[in-house]
Design a protein around this ligand. Structure first.
Ligand code: AMP
Length: 284
């Protein structure tokens, strides 16, 4: 099992990628904030089938956290992450310090609309996607990958990045990857470690209620009453719901004529201090 090369600076990263490019190797990027789980590892597996070289970035990006969010307590498990990435056959880890990414006086951000202002995550985390889009663009210019992969777990994020890549002609193929789940349906997340044992037991109710609502909508029940019932089930499990919506799967716009479009059900809800998100297709 070979260890991935670790680059902590942009100069080290560029020396590495220049050698690969000279050899004609394609490069795939898997952006992460570390605290890696099987969902992240699945992204590296998909990328290894796509590109000759795979780089995983590990950077807890301060600009995508709101002032009252969990930036300082976000789990940081760099050694364990590197072991998982070595086992997965990843070629390199790019793990820059915050001041490598954000030089003194940094003041440039990407301005977004469309899926980034759909009234889902953005309604509760108003500065989040500007932080994500800006750091992803910076990672793209640092790594210059041929392809980059993002999980459907963060469905709105994937839509924002696809739209941005198209709008800015970013020369990177954007790939989406399915959500990896625990056996009981809970979507894997680095934030699941925050859950108390009782909360962990209650947590699958979010996905369970979403799947039940999807089933009745597929069988012809109108969306609104199905969501009312699902919201009640999610609240009964102890969650405080931020949103539970059915949207157009591409634009994330509200749905008027459901029969014509691919649909996605998206949710965010808080269990104690932990905020969980999930989404599922309505078309399966
Ligand atoms: P994060 O470290 O949370 O920023 O996530 C890094 C990447 O992994 C993002 O593209 C996420 O959408 C993706 N990801 C997170 N959780 C999962 C999961 N359970 N299954 C698949 N991909 C995931």
């Amino acid at each position: 099992m070979s260890q991935p090369t670790i680059a902590n600076t942009i100069a080290e990263l560029r020396a590495l990628t220049a050698g690969w490019r000279k050899a004609g190797d394609t490069i795939g990027l898997v952006p992460t904030m570390g605290a890696l789980h099987e969902g992240h590892v699945s992204l590296t597996r998909l990328m290894r089938e796509k590109a000759r070289r795979t780089i995983v970035s590990i950077f807890v990006n301060p600009t995508q956290f709101g002032p009252n969010e969990d930036f300082t307590r976000y789990p940081r498990t760099f050694q364990a992450d590197c072991e998982k990435l070595a086992a997965a056959g990843v070629d390199a880890v790019f793990a820059p310090a915050p001041d490598e990414v954000y030089p003194d006086g940094f003041c440039t951000t990407i301005s977004l609309a469309g899926p980034a202002t759909a009234g889902l995550e953005d309604a509760f985390r108003p500065t989040h996607f500007a932080g994500v889009a800006t750091v992803v663009t910076k990672l793209f210019t640092m790594v210059a990958p041929d392809a980059a992969i993002f999980g459907e777990k963060d469905f709105q994020q994937l839509a924002v990045i696809r739209r941005m890549a198209r709008d800015l002609n970013l020369p990177v193929e954007i790939l989406g990857a399915p959500t990896m789940r625990e056996a009981d349906g809970l979507a894997m997340s680095s934030r699941n470690v925050y859950l108390s044992p009782a909360e962990r037991q209650a947590a699958p109710a979010l996905n369970r209620a979403m799947r039940a609502a999807a089933t009745v909508i597929r069988s012809g029940t109108a969306i609104a009453p199905a969501l009312v019932e699902a919201r009640a089930a999610i609240a009964a499990a102890g969650f405080v719901i931020d949103y539970l919506e059915v949207r157009d799967a591409g634009s994330l716009a509200p749905v008027e004529k459901p029969e014509e479009r691919a649909l996605r059900m998206l949710a965010a809800a808080r269990l104690g201090k932990t905020r969980l998100i999930d989404n599922i297709s309505l078309d399966d």
